[in-house]
Ligand binder design. Structure first.
Ligand SMILES: NC(=O)c1ccc[n+]([C@@H]2O[C@H](COP(=O)([O-])OP(=O)(O)OC[C@H]3O[C@@H](n4cnc5c(N)ncnc54)[C@H](O)[C@@H]3O)[C@@H](O)[C@H]2O)c1
Ligand SMILES: [Zn+2]
Length: 354
């Protein structure tokens, strides 16, 4: 069993993160035995695939939401809170969120609101949630058409990442998780070397299982130092300024695929704006391409103006881009919208017509 304890300076308690094949059966009973009541929150896909397993391990009532980001809203949040009330949960009860990032984000938020906060244990079941969203204590729902508008910083008591859940994950969801994994690689040299060496079999589950804990440890290290995203945590935005812009304009691919494209393009942008290692950027380019499978056809009209609308990207009227630069090193660029737009369009032309 691999494990670490995360305790950001401003957090009220620590969070134990456990990772191993079979960790769900091995650790959950021990983690929940002290609670007088536990309650499971999941989604309909996970319930269909793992309902029996969840029931036999957790021995608790289960509430499931319809699957998908379009249900990450106040309706689902309040339906869950109502179900928790009807199940008679108290201040000393525990909510177990078993599912992808959507379930983790809503479950974490509901646990932080119910009776001003009850314990939550997170069991991430997608590649993205195991390597990224379950680590760091950010919770939210989408509201009034804005992603993650209403939420809270609220660390779960424990996260149990069990790669055996990934066996049923559709290929598209694997690619989605790979976007953030390659991003971690672009920020952490050792992980990059492993990913690059395995670029021919990035989607192999044995390989992925072998690097999940490293991703958790990397993200935990960043969160530990900067829980509230005032400085260092911003590096996790690498590839995202352009990735989000493309996601808004095109919208057909998964978030992770846009992040991969964002990194590709921002690497090219960085080449003209700052000191970079061209040989490293070439390798990162190959890695992103390998993770994407092939360069997808995307609609880019109007995309880059959209980058300016994102609060996270705009600093004093300029676009902030966290771009890959050297092995384990990123560059924070600040460009006028005109310069950013021109740079990404040039990068697009280079990448797509090479
Ligand atoms: N809190 C954070 O720090 C943070 C960070 C990144 C992303 N997020 C959020 O995470 C969400 C995306 O997470 P996601 O990609 O896990 O999406 P998701 O939760 O929608 O899961 C993707 C799909 O996979 C299904 N699924 C889940 N586990 C499965 C399994 N083991 N086998 C087969 N199917 C399974 C789900 O039912 C769903 O259809 C977004 O809402 C995003 O905002 C949060
Ligand atoms: Zn992302």
């Amino acid at each position: 069993m691999k494990e670490l304890t995360l305790r950001p300076v401003s957090a009220a308690h620590e969070c134990k993160i456990l990772c191993a094949e079979g960790a769900f059966e091995k650790c959950l009973p021990e983690l929940i035995k002290k609670y007088p009541e536990v309650f499971v929150f999941t989604d309909e896909n996970v319930l269909r695939l793992y309902g029996d397993k969840i029931e036999s391990v957790c021995r608790a009532p289960i509430f499931s939401m319809p699957a998908g980001e379009e249900h990450k809203n106040e309706e689902t949040l309040f339906a869950l809170l109502r179900a928790m009330k009807e199940a008679g949960l108290h201040r000393s009860s525990c909510l177990i969120a078993v599912g992808g990032g959507v379930v983790g984000d809503i479950g974490g938020l509901a646990a932080s609101l119910y009776m001003r906060g009850i314990d939550c244990i997170c069991v991430p079941t997608t590649l993205l949630s195991q390597t990224d969203s379950s680590v760091g204590g950010k919770t939210a729902i989408d509201f009034c058409g804005v992603k993650n508008l209403v939420g809270a910083f609220s660390l779960p008591k424990a996260v149990v990442a069990d790669p055996t859940f990934l066996k049923t994950l559709p290929p598209r969801e694997i690619r989605c998780g790979l976007g953030e994994i390659v991003k971690h690689g672009a920020l952490c040299g050792e992980l990059f070397d492993k990913l690059y060496a395995n670029r021919e079999n990035l989607t192999d589950l044995n390989f992925l299982s072998s690097i999940i804990f490293e991703n958790i440890a990397f993200k935990a290290g960043i969160t530990q130092k900067d829980e509230r995203e005032s400085g260092l945590r911003r590096c996790l935005n690498l590839g995202h300024t352009t990735g989000h812009a493309l996601e808004l304009a095109d919208g057909k691919l998964s978030h992770g695929e846009y992040v991969l494209l964002g990194m590709l393009l921002e690497g090219r942008l960085a080449e003209r704006e700052t000191e970079v290692d061209p040989a490293y950027l070439d390798k990162l380019f190959k890695l992103c391409l390998a993770a994407l499978g092939s360069l997808p056809d995307i609609k880019t009209e109007g995309a880059f103006g959209l980058a300016a609308l994102d609060k996270k990207n705009t600093k004093g009227g300029e676009i902030a881009v966290v771009a890959p630069a050297k092995r384990g090193k990123y560059a924070e660029l600040r460009l006028t919208l005109a310069k950013y737009e021109e740079g990404v369009k040039r990068a697009l032309a280079e990448v797509y017509h090479a």
